[in-house]
Structures are given as C-alpha cells and as structure tokens.
Design a protein around this ligand. Structure first.
Ligand code: ASP
Length: 589
C-alpha cells in the first residue's frame, strides 16, 4: 500500500497514529535544526516534520527534496506547535520515521500555487502542472459534480444516456465542419458532429422517447470570445412533448443544479420573455436581467423637431443610466467614442443629463426645449440624477447597439455580480433570419425546427414579410446575459421538412444528399418530438462564477485552436498522406 491516508484527511483525532502519505512536495522550509515539508495531493496538504531526533536516513533524504518531488512519507501524527487555521489538516503534522523518494522532479517552470507566476502560454504548455493548482482542480471537481447531478436528475426522469458516433456526415448547426479523411474510402471524408442533432431525432423515431448525452461537439469557427473548437453539450431529446413539457422538465434540471451545487433557489416559475420583447427591452436575445436600464423607444417624442439625424431614423432608443448625471463631458466623450468602435458600430450618441437639481443638459439642446428633453428622459425611465444615452438608426441594429451599451454600463456600474443568478427563458424565436448580403433566409436555430402550428399559413406563403413573421416553438435558457442552452420543437412531418429546405434554398437533391437519411426516417412513423442542448462548459464556468470556459476544460485549446502542449494541429508524414490518398496540402503564404 502506497498510503494509508490522503494529504487532506488527518485531524487531531488521528494524533498518535502511525500513517503513510504519498504526494508531491509543495514546499520545503528549513528552520534551525528542523525541516518542514508541505506534502500535497488532490485532497489537501499535510505538514511533515524532520528534526534532529529523526533517523539519519530520513534527515539525508529530506535534505535533498525539491519542489514537486513525489515522495512517500511515514510518521506519527502529532499536535502542531503552531497551528494553521487556514487548512483542514492545520492542527497536526507528521513526525517522520521514514521517507522514500518515488520520483524526482525537474524544477517546474512556474510556481504551483493558487496565484501562479506563470504566464498563460507557459501554463498551457505545461497544462498537467497547471492542473495541480487549486483553482483548476476546483474547477474540474465542480465540473464532475455538475455532470453527476445532471445524470442523477435525468436518470430519475427516465432518460437514457445513449452515445452517438463522432465519424459522421455534415450536421445542420450552421458552422463549418471539421473533416476526417477516410483511408478505407479514398477521397471520402467524415465530418465530426457539430451536435448529435440528427441522431437524437433518429433515436426518437426509434422509440427511445427520453434521450440525453453529455457529449463532445465540434465546430470549426473563428474562436472569437470564449469558444472552443471542441466543447461539451448536455444534449437532450424527448418524444410526445410540447414546448411546455420541455421547458418545465429542464427548468427542473437547472433548479436541481442550482439547489445541489449552490443551495440557491431559482425563481419558480422562471421568468419568460419572447424574443421580440427581449430585443425591444434589452437589445439582446440573451438579456442580463440582473439589472434594469431597459431600452425605451423615443422615436415618437424626438422626431419632428428639426434634428435631421433623428428625423431620418427608423428607430430612436435610449437607456437611463442611474446616478450618472455626474458624468463629466470627458467621460461622455469617451463613451461616445466607445459606441463608435467597430465592435459596437454606432455612428454617434446623444445624451440627456437630468441633473439632481432638476436642470437638463443635452447634446441636442439646440433642437429641443427642456420640457421635451425631460419628457424623453422620463420615457427612457430616468429620474433626476440620471444620464440618458440615446442611439438611432435601423431598428434591430440600433437595439443591438443599445444592448451592448447597456451591458457595458452594467459592468461600469458594477451591477453584474457573478454569484447573483437571474435565469430566464427566451421563447418564440422567429423561425428565419433574412440575410441582406446573400439575399436569402437562414434558419435561426436549425432546419429541423418546426414553425408554430398557428403560423403555418405564413410558412407556406411566398411573401418575404410573411416568412419573416413565422415564429418557432424555439427557446433559449439564458443566465446573466449568457445563452446557456437552447432547443426547439422539431418538424416531424416530411412535407413540412421539405418546405423548410425549399425556403432555405436547399435543393431537393442537396437535401437528399445531406439529410436523405433523416427525411427517409420521417416516413416511418416519426413521433412529435423536441429537445434542447446546454453548453456544459459554460454551465460549469457560470456555476464557478467565471466568464471563461477554458479553466473548466482539462485540456483546452488556445484562441488559435491550438493545443500548445501537444503542438497540435501539426503536419503529418508523407506515408500517412499517401495512405489517405491526399495530395500535398497547400500552405498559406
Ligand atoms: N442541436 C442544437 C444545438 O446544438 C440544440 C437542440 O436543438 O437541441 O444548438
């Protein structure tokens, strides 16, 4: 036996026992004739003591220990002279009677402490050392617990966990596929799944009416923000359900997670908002409702007063920033520059400052009386002491810009506390999204999402404005401004699916080539079904109070999609290329 206990286990109750521990040397401190070693494993840290009375062999070995050496240590548990209340084993130490170096360690390239001195790239290259640090260890432990609770909950609701293949054919999520050449089928390629979407629907056809899987998905996207080319979903599908059944079951799952992980009760029932209201009130389809500062349309009030920029705009909207009337001219100028950055894309910004003394100051004083400006401020939800920020332009675009500004002001005013949780469902998404550039409709969710039955007339109409009005029983689970999950009720009739491909401009031949298998399956008794998927990495990060998912994945990629530890992707040898019948690869300049 390598050890009788872990390094996090011993307490005062063990005093007098002879025990053996194994682990890594965190630190060695020499104080006079005494040497203290902090021994670490996954469970904690225990202090080991060697002094003048220790056996010669023990003293010699202790003298040559270095950081991260792996050792086995036997000794008697004793009460510590100076206790450390910060760690659970802080009342005791081990008076060593034996010590064996199981393996030496090179000097680690950065300190294995909660706050490490290593830069991100260096730590990524030595990820296995970084993973020894508490913050990452805690993140992976949290991930494990959440996965466990997900399985507990879904198992209790009769869900079956069923694996689906990775080497498949293109899936419909709308990102680029990763592809894998097939040696046995020269010139042909598999695609890695962007999600198990088609398989879970086939499982419904097969009669497995409650399916889930905690599963890896692959999307070859530009890794802006906090994305990973391979990420994990909690993927679910159910048969004989309506939207309400899906929402209540998965609201239940999230409630279970919040309760078991954080002992936090989320509102029951959870708030719901339609996509249209979310856009109108928050300028986002994933609103952060931890704070107000809602968008208000001011077009009617502010048009027709001779200010041509406003008069020519489809939409004018404003947000009231609480207590910000004290913003200096310089701060407002800086904000104006901020909204003009390409990431936000506004052309300019107008402000109304409603001072605490009731006076009004605005960048458009010339065009409006103070009365009108005050009315506009009130309409934007402001009170005395607030600052109203106004943008104008095309409706949805301007709302989106205001939404981004709202989040920024929420950050600046510290209104977005990580452990303050405000989940909600966003429902009734439009089925289609029109793209001006390519002059065609795209599926807002994916092409298997069903139109609302009451919108079928519009769905079969050929008018653009009718199609734009079609809504889906599609829903997103949103937490603190982040879309944690989403899904929909699916099309289960071949006719409706055919029409979908037609609207999306996918020819019958293309549809057949790409999705023939599922269209065919729908001919054999497909039940009504629907489901959703949660971004598991993101669920973990949010439960951990972090914004980035990278720390919740044991071996993540960097923002160039590289694993810098493995140095992947990398070139392959000519023999491999030949076996795969691949001609030489064109390299970018
Ligand atoms: N497959 C969808 C996604 O990955 C989720 C769903 O519709 O169930 O976003």
């Amino acid at each position: 036996m390598y050890r009788t206990h872990t390094c996090g286990e011993l307490r005062a109750a063990n005093i007098g026992q002879t025990v053996t521990l194994a682990g890594w040397v965190q630190r060695v401190r020499k104080m006079g004739g005494m040497t203290f070693v902090d021994l670490r494993d996954r469970y904690g840290i225990t202090q080991l003591r060697v002094d003048d009375s220790s056996a010669e062999a023990v003293r010699t070995t202790a003298a040559r220990l270095g950081r991260e050496f792996v050792i086995q240590a036997t000794g008697v548990v004793e009460e510590r002279a100076s206790k450390n209340a910060k760690i659970p084993t802080g009342d005791i130490e081990l008076n060593l009677t034996g010590i064996t170096v199981l393996n030496e360690s090179a000097v680690p390239p950065f300190t294995i402490e909660d706050e490490s001195d290593g830069g991100e790239d260096l730590r990524a290259r030595y990820r296995y050392l970084d993973l020894r640090r508490n913050p990452l260890k805690n993140a992976l432990m949290l991930r494990h617990r959440i996965a466990h609770e997900v399985r507990n909950y879904l198992d209790g609701k009769n869900f079956l966990e069923i694996e689906t293949p990775f080497l498949i054919k293109s899936t419909p999520e709308g990102a680029r596929d990763f592809v894998v050449p097939s040696r046995m089928n020269p010139g042909q390629f598999y695609a890695l799944p962007q999600s198990p979407q088609t398989f879970k629907q086939l499982l419904m056809v097969a009669g497995y009416d409650r399916y889930f899987q905690i599963v890896r998905c692959f999307r070859d996207e530009d890794l802006r923000a906090d994305r990973q080319p391979e990420f994990t979903q909690i993927d679910c599908e159910m048969s004989f359900v309506e939207q309400e059944d899906v929402l209540s079951l998965f609201e239940g799952m999230m409630r279970h997670l919040f309760k078991t992980i954080h002992n936090f009760d989320i509102p029951n029932p959870m708030p719901r908002i339609t996509w249209y209201d979310a856009m109108d009130s928050y300028g986002s389809d994933k609103p952060d409702i931890r704070f107000g500062m809602k968008l208000h349309e001011l077009s009617a009030l502010l048009q027709g007063h001779g200010f041509s920029v406003f008069d020519g705009a489809e939409y004018i909207g404003g947000i009231a920033v609480p207590g910000a009337a004290e913003y200096t001219r310089k701060q407002i100028d800086e904000l104006t520059e901020w909204v003009k950055r390409p990431q936000v894309g506004a052309k300019g910004m107008v402000y109304i400052r409603w001072n605490a003394d009731g006076s009004i100051k605005s960048s458009v004083d010339k065009f409006y009386t103070p009365e009108i400006l005050q009315q506009a401020a009130e309409a934007a939800g402001a009170a005395k002491g607030d600052l109203v920020l106004i943008l104008c332009g095309a409706k949805r675009k301007t709302q989106t810009q205001l939404g981004v500004l709202r989040i920024e002001m929420g950050n600046r005013l510290d209104l977005r506390k990580p452990f303050d949780y405000a989940p909600l469902w966003v429902v009734d998404f439009p089925l289609f999204e029109w793209d001006d550039e390519t002059q065609r409709f795209y599926a807002m969710h994916h092409p298997f999402t069903a139109p609302k039955p009451e919108h079928l007339d519009w769905y079969y109409s050929n008018k653009k404005e009718d199609l734009e009005r079609v809504c889906a029983n599609a829903y997103d689970f949103v937490l603190n401004g982040v879309e944690l999950g989403g899904g929909s009720i699916r099309i289960h009739e071949a006719e409706v699916q055919k029409r979908m491909f037609e609207i999306l401009g996918i020819s019958a031949e293309d549809a057949e080539a790409k999705f023939g298998f599922i269209i065919n399956a729908f001919r054999f008794g497909a039940p009504p079904h629907g489901g959703l998927a949660f971004g598991f990495d993101r669920v973990c990060a949010l439960f951990g109070g972090q914004e980035t998912i990278r720390d919740y994945i044991a071996f993540p990629k960097n923002n160039m999609g590289r694993d810098v530890m493995l140095d992947a992707p990398s070139e392959i040898d000519q023999t491999q290329m030949d076996e795969l019948c691949l001609a030489s690869v064109l390299k970018p300049e």
